[in-house]
Write a protein that binds this ligand. Sequence first.
Ligand code: HEM
Ligand code: HEM
Length: 198
Amino acid sequence: MTIKTEMLHPLLIRIYHWLLAASVVVIIFTSLYTHNPVKILAFMDMGGARMVKFIFSYIAFFLMIARVYYGIVTRDLDHILFNRQDLKDLPGFLKFYFFMSEKEPPHAKYNPGQKLIFTSWLLVFGFAALTGFILYDHSRFGRLLPFFGGLQYLRFLHYLVFLYFVATTMLHVYLAVTEDPAKLQAMFTGHMRRKETP
Ligand code: HEM
Ligand code: HEM
């Protein structure tokens, strides 16, 4: 038996990943507080929580754009963006995850489910930024309000983004820590160690 080591996540991807993960967690908790300033989160005040949320929203926004740029330059965008082939492969992958088939279908770096979540995060975050900016200055962006059905609907749509991020982040973390310890380790060290039997 030999142990093979392969580079899975270059340093830039790891830095990107952990900065993005931290930013999304901070955005979730500060937004939770601005939505409902309960005592248990009272280590911040409303103005502070708002400010921290905006700073980390900008950071996350920048990181996502940087990741797409990195993907274009290194030609690895296909690893994270959900495409037609992934759509075809998705049923087989879901069958495996819902215990209806024994073997996980082969896939490239990420499986179709992960790619669907990663791609949706890019799009949903863009939508969060758009609705967030209109919420922030609805006197200036007031012309756009009718497209969303008014201020209350806009607020509700922005809140749905929050629920989406909470649910998918929990799913992502659950799968990351339960699926393959070698892959989890690779998000820290960059390398994945595989046992190979001849
Ligand atoms: C403790 C929390 C987390 C853990 C343990 C974790 C772990 C992982 C692991 C192991 C992978 C690689 C999956 C694979 O190789 O199959 C990954 C990828 C990824 N994770 Fe996380 N993650 C966490 C939180 C987050 C959060 C909060 C976000 C953002 C919402 C996030 C966004 C991503 C993205 C975008 C990728 C793909 C990286 C790429 O662009 O190549 N992760 N994560
Ligand atoms: C560039 C990105 C974003 C901008 C500019 C933005 C901006 C805003 C603004 C202006 C508000 C109204 C309250 C206030 O003025 O503080 C708000 C509320 C909120 N945001 Fe964001 N946001 C962004 C991203 C996000 C993301 C990614 C999430 C979820 C993960 C989120 C979750 C929330 C929640 C839960 C509320 C409270 C809604 C309510 O009380 O109904 N935001 N945001």
